[in-house]
Design a protein around this ligand. Sequence first.
Ligand code: G3P
Length: 242
Amino acid sequence: MKTMIYAHRGASKLAPENTMPAYQIASESGADGLEIDVQLTKDSIPVLIHDENVRRTTNGTGFVQDYTYDEIKQLDAGSWFSSKFSDCSIITLDYFLRWFKDLPLLLNVELKTNVIEYKRIERIVYDSLKHYQLLDRTVISSFNITSIKKMKIINPSVSTAFLTSTKRRHLPGYAHSHGASSLHIKYRMLDKKIVKQCHKNHMPLRIYTVNRPSWMEKCFKMGCDAIFTDVPHEAVEYRELY
Ligand code: G3P
């Protein structure tokens, strides 16, 4: 079984995360899929950004939820990474999906609902994916198990993943009982037991964030279903060796 490679926040080692250049580079890297982070602006527009606060990845300050889309799109989302990306702005989910829909790639949408409870984010994201007919190649993930449950209520056949960095007993069973179809775990949690438990329960297991060749090797050899990496081009080359 081939381990799938998802570009984590795009090719985020080479361009600013969650921006179009990062996704354009990733789409040409040979990766199987792209991973995006979604939050809502004050006027409930889904936008791509990882942190709840814009400080780290833009020239602004304050929380995503306190900006309207017209305000947040004015921010420079690229200069923090390199001056050559100074024209990058925060993009909407709709803009991204319109670009993505014709590419032969998988998608992972992470709902950033672990810190802030964005009203109706599950329904808003679901409707966008449905509109672009992307539900059959998208997995929707969250650290917040309630978001997973809400997604399953919207549509029980949607592919979901529980994201976690915390070990617990019978994790695959816990995730499954809350509506998750798959499990996304931090690399340090990876061991033979969890691979076996997941596969016994027919639950795909995907690992984040796998940037070192030795980590990639372990994931490939252990039969993990996918990895998330900031260096998709390197992972694709490395996978050729296995
Ligand atoms: O989905 C995998 C990975 O993106 C989860 O961690 O911190 O990047 O949201 P984080």
